[in-house]
Design a protein around this ligand. Structure first.
Ligand SMILES: NC(=O)c1ccc[n+]([C@@H]2O[C@H](COP(=O)([O-])OP(=O)(O)OC[C@H]3O[C@@H](n4cnc5c(N)ncnc54)[C@H](O)[C@@H]3O)[C@@H](O)[C@H]2O)c1
Length: 366
């Protein structure tokens, strides 16, 4: 077991990285939570883990109710929020309770948002079950839902009291989701940790029957290193207001534009869009002569090893460019990107020429 403390004065909390759920009840008990727990989870996870989870929490003296939501990004919606909050109210009445978000980023974002608004705030913990959620979305308190007019438009900053990552749960995660999580891991390597980047390179070269087995020897170190980076960034810039948290957006400016241009469909997962977005950012960095070593060749081959896309196909380039432009106008007025100098070191650059961005996006389209 490895433990990190995310430092935020009175709202500090532990991030616990484990190889099973053996320690979960003990960690929850230490928080002096109410004994009623509402677990919010997805259908597929409910089928796989309901029995084990109830057993563990039962033995720990907790009284559990499970709120199951559909397996889809569309669960991060006003309508699902309404359904889940009413289910919780019907079940719980006026008794004190705490929430457990048991799932990937969708469950985490929705449950955290429910926790932030229900009766003006209830206590909650995150048990992330995807690689993306373990290394990113469960840490830092950004919670919220999507609207028809855009993703993550309604939300809050609301910190959990514990993040409990069990790395062995990633064994049942579909390969495409695991690959997507690896895109975020590689992102952390480029922005802050050359050693982490090299670890992902050495794992990629391993011959194994499944992706999980390929990364297994390094997975604890991966989740630990990424959690350390995320928690250190969040503790210095909790609300994304000092320009520090912005470095986490490496690959995300173009990545978000790809997701928007494909209408957040199944064509590109978040991690797949980020994969292409990171390569675009490196190319912009090369064109602006910010890069001090050949990152492009190394990054492109690494992403390929993890079966992540390195070019866009079946997507209208003009739509990507206008989504990029719309996003930038919406945020600051000029294109701003996180650009790598070396592996492990990035800079935030403002006023990037749209012509350079367009050329790079077009070059990455087939
Ligand atoms: N709050 C943040 O800081 C933040 C950061 C990044 C992304 N996000 C959000 O995260 C969401 C994406 O999250 P995600 O990539 O984790 O996807 P997800 O939550 O949609 O989960 C992907 C799929 O995998 C299944 N699954 C999850 N864990 C499993 C397991 N261990 N075994 C078997 N199946 C499992 C889920 O049921 C789901 O069908 C997006 O909505 C995005 O906006 C939030």
């Amino acid at each position: 077991m490895k433990q990190i403390k995310l430092k935020l004065d009175k709202r500090s909390y532990p991030i616990s990285i484990n190889s099973d759920f053996g320690n979960l009840a003990y960690q929850l008990k230490k928080l002096n939570l109410p004994n009623k727990a509402i677990i919010v989870t997805m259908e597929s996870l409910d089928k796989l883990y309901r029995v084990d989870l109830i057993d563990i929490l039962d033995k720990g003296g907790f009284n559990v109710f499970i709120e199951v939501i559909p397996d889809s990004e569309s669960s991060k919606s006003l309508s699902q929020l309404n359904i889940s909050i009413n289910n919780i109210t019907r079940h719980i009445g006026s008794e004190p309770f705490f929430l457990i978000a048991f799932g990937g980023g969708v469950v985490g974002d929705l449950s955290g948002f429910i926790a932030s608004i229900y009766k003006r705030g209830v206590r909650y913990v995150q048990i992330p079950t995807t690689l993306l959620a373990q290394v990113d979305s469960s840490i830092g308190g950004k919670v919220g839902i999507d609207l028809e007019t855009g993703k993550n438009l309604v939300g809050a900053f609301y910190q959990p009291e514990l993040v409990y990552s069990n790395i062995s749960i990633l064994k049942t995660l579909p390969d495409r989701e695991l690959q997507s999580g690896m895109a975020e891991v590689i992102k952390y390597g480029v922005i802050k940790d050359r050693g982490l980047f090299e670890l992902t390179e050495s794992l990629a070269a391993r011959e194994e029957d499944t992706l999980f087995n390929k990364i297994k020897p390094g997975i604890e170190e991966i989740v630990h290193k990424c959690s350390l980076i995320k928690s250190s960034v969040v503790s210095r810039d909790e609300k994304d207001s000092h320009g520090i948290r912005a470095i986490l957006n490496f690959g995300h400016t173009v990545g978000h534009a790809i997701e928007a241009a494909s209408n957040y469909s199944e064509s590109y997962t978040h991690g797949e869009a980020i994969s292409i977005g990171m390569l675009c950012a490196v190319e912009v960095s090369n064109k602006l002569k910010i890069t001090k070593e050949d990152i492009l060749t190394r990054l492109e081959s690494l992403l390929g090893f993890y079966n992540l896309p390195v070019v866009m196909t079946g997507i209208n380039t003009d739509r990507v460019i206008s989504a990029f432009w719309y996003d930038k106008k919406f945020i600051k007025g000029t294109p701003r990107m996180v650009l790598p100098v070396k592996i492990g070191n990035v800079k935030i650059i403002d006023d990037i020429s749209m012509d350079v961005v367009k050329e790079v996006i077009k070059g990455r389209t087939r």
